[in-house]
Write a new protein. Structure first.
Length: 211
């Protein structure tokens, strides 16, 4: 993958391109929000999320990862939404294959992004996150894979259990996987599994949404 470091207004971000990237061609895009350990202004901190880029199956995607310079994503959430919409409108984005991904603090942000702009996202993967489960009906049209470690003491597994329960109760399709042997870091297992990337690509929106 070709990796570059960019800036959008106040947000620094990393963008990873397929090795065969060509200008003018549209690609599936994964919009990834990192966890609390990668906060700051040094983009090298995003290396904690490196498994999402190192799996050969991720080679089919452009992966965009903004960096949270505040204490939480929610302090700069309007900026995050604006940046997400900016990436969605880029010429390289296949709008039928625009996917969400998030871990821990970024899992909370991923849920909230999808709730705030459900029309943009095709499918998503959330690791050890949580959200406003009483508003989970907003996610009913976005297929989700949700992962959590049973031994997680940082974000309790009930956060993922509540989200999947309420999404599905509202007619959605959220599949929960609990790893009995995992504590907080379940994302290494998730992003080194090529089947999860293949699962994303199996979901295609029938209609683009134009901002």
């Amino acid at each position: 993958m070709k990796i570059t470091y960019e800036r959008y207004k106040n947000l620094n971000y990393v963008i990873s391109y397929p090795n065969d990237y060509k200008e003018g061609k549209e690609y599936p895009v994964i919009f990834h929000t990192h966890g609390a350990g990668s906060r700051g202004t040094d983009l090298k901190l995003l290396n904690i999320d490196v498994p999402i880029r190192n799996n050969p199956s991720a080679e089919d995607f452009i992966i965009v990862a903004p960096q949270c310079y505040a204490d939480t994503w929610f302090e700069i959430f309007e900026q995050l939404i604006a940046f997400c919409e900016y990436i969605y409108k880029q010429p390289f984005t296949d709008k039928t294959k625009f996917y969400s991904s998030g871990i821990s603090m970024g899992g909370y942000a991923a849920y909230q992004l999808m709730m705030s702009r459900p029309q943009l996202f095709t499918a998503g993967i959330v690791c050890c996150g949580g959200g406003i489960y009483w508003n989970a009906g907003r996610l009913k049209d976005i297929p989700l894979r949700v992962f959590h470690g049973v031994q997680d003491k940082v974000v309790l597994p009930c956060e993922s259990e509540n989200m999947t329960k309420y999404i599905n109760a509202n007619g959605g399709c959220a599949i929960l996987t609990l790893y009995a042997e995992c504590a907080h870091n379940c994302w290494d297992k998730v992003y080194t599994n090529k089947e999860n990337f293949e699962w994303l690509l199996n979901h295609i929106k029938e209609k683009n949404y134009e901002l």
